[in-house]
Ligand binder design. Structure first.
Ligand SMILES: [Zn+2]
Length: 253
């Protein structure tokens, strides 16, 4: 996609590989069933799956983290997770505020080697990623940024964690996650300020992967550069959040 950053996900589940001289970083293990596809993608790029040293996630929902235990088992990668999501992945989804109560939502628990906090850096072989806490969707939803050298300048890469309000989310009077609405607002404030050239995210649908990928494949190396698309997406999602908050705030009679 740019420099040492590769897409190794499926059509909608965004997984990203960052290749450094000291090994690989993988963002998002996706579902357990996705692991063979991710592995195939990594290997088809000419890398060894076992060279994954660090595993990161966008947020602790099964479509981004259920495969983590398997990948850690296969590679020995260290698992770095944002504080608010740490207990969720270590409980296999059991402590998730929305989905944890239902056993069928659980996935294999995975041990967290390093608990991240807002602004923490993850470095490997000269590449530095920054973890931005953009909570609400989960308590530890993480938007990852990195700068890719491009000629004499840098391209700002943003991998959006998720600014979306899922069906059934209680924004008002949420007993399990009382500060959920304030967290979303905090997340949008962060997302609005991030400089973005290359717009990516936890799902391909966030940034229009299906439309951009054919252009990239046809040789347009700028296909994922979309600062205006990023701004529009964040504004649209914030509007959707505000609308839902408004709807839930109307007193019921
Ligand atoms: Zn999610």
């Amino acid at each position: 996609m740019a420099g040492n950053l590769y897409y190794v996900g499926s059509e909608d589940l965004g997984s990203y590989l960052i290749a450094t001289p000291s090994g690989l970083i993988l963002i998002n293990s996706a579902f357990e069933a996705s692991v063979p596809l991710i592995r195939k993608s990594v290997e088809s790029l000419g890398f060894h799956f076992s060279d994954i040293k660090i595993l990161l996630i966008s947020h602790a929902h099964s479509d981004h983290c259920a495969g983590s235990a398997q990948i850690i088992h296969l590679t020995g990668a260290k698992y770095y997770v944002m504080a608010g999501d740490g207990s969720v992945v270590e409980s296999g989804g059991g402590t998730d505020f929305q989905y944890g109560a239902k056993k069928s939502n659980r996935y294999p628990p995975a041990h967290v080697d390093r608990v991240l906090h807002d602004g923490d850096k993850v470095s490997l072989g000269g590449t530095v990623l920054t973890a931005h806490l953009t909570p609400g969707h989960t308590r530890g939803t993480t938007t990852w940024t990195l700068d890719e050298p491009e000629g004499s300048r840098f391209l700002h890469v943003v991998i959006v964690g998720s600014p979306n309000v899922n069906p059934g989310y209680k924004l008002v009077g949420n007993k399990v996650y009382p500060q959920i609405a304030a967290d979303y607002k905090r997340g949008f404030a962060v997302l609005e300020k991030l400089p973005c050239d290359i717009f990516l995210g936890a799902h391909g649908s966030y940034f229009g992967l299906v439309g951009k990928y054919p252009r990239w494949k046809d040789g347009d190396k700028n296909a994922f550069i979309d600062p205006a698309g990023y701004k529009a997406y964040i504004a649209d999602r914030e509007q959707a959040f505000e609308k839902e908050l408004q709807r839930q705030s109307v007193p019921k009679r």
